[in-house]
Design a protein around this ligand. Structure first.
Ligand SMILES: Cc1cc2nc3c(=O)[nH]c(=O)nc-3n(C[C@H](O)[C@H](O)[C@H](O)COP(=O)(O)O)c2cc1C
Length: 161
């Protein structure tokens, strides 16, 4: 069982990256938990680069890591009522290649605001809908362990091995 996690924050002391690490703590021993650290290595999405003969190596790596995952955990900050551009850019890179298609994905958002990044969370869910990911509805910051267990259960149903 492989879970690929990614934090939408590039900040050194990021709360969302801490959330990713906390989720890893929740993982049972059977879970191979990997964190994608290369959001800032992905070039701005362009259809001109989205061709086999010119595809950047960082994009290939991002797609490979997602393709080999049974489930994906995304923790995003809220920037200007949405998700950071670097995370949206990373998701734009898998529109044509489809690595998140029907894949269980849990989305979380941590923000110091009283509303807890709910707009970024909604924006992320909307993008995941466009990608036809199988979003794990139970995901919530208030119940990180339950959210992570729900993701692992959904991934296990997809891939019972
Ligand atoms: C450019 C920028 C825009 C932000 N916009 C919002 C916002 O719209 N809503 C919100 O709740 N917090 C906003 N914040 C505050 C972030 O939620 C806060 O910095 C948070 O800690 C970022 O997540 P991180 O700790 O994972 O880096 C913004 C921060 C920055 C730097």
């Amino acid at each position: 069982m492989r879970i690929q996690a990614v934090s939408g924050s590039l900040r050194a002391n990021s709360t969302n990256s801490a959330l990713v690490r906390a989720a890893e703590e929740c993982a049972d021993a059977e879970v191979d938990f990997a964190v994608f650290e290369g959001l800032d290595t992905l070039p701005h999405y362009s259809p001109e680069l989205d061709r086999a003969d010119v595809l950047p190596a960082s994009v290939l790596e991002w797609r490979k890591q997602l393709a080999s995952a049974d489930g994906v955990l995304i923790c995003t900050p809220e920037y200007a009522f949405g998700m950071p551009g670097s995370l949206k850019n990373a998701l734009d890179w898998v529109v044509s290649s489809g690595e998140l298609w029907r894949k269980p994905v849990a989305a979380l958002s941590a923000s110091p605001s009283a509303l807890g990044g709910e707009k970024a969370h909604a924006a992320l869910l909307l993008t995941l809908t466009a990608l036809e990911a199988q979003t794990v509805e139970e995901a919530s910051l208030a119940a990180l362990k339950n959210s992570f267990d729900a993701l692992v259960s959904a991934a296990r149903l997809k891939n019972p091995i």
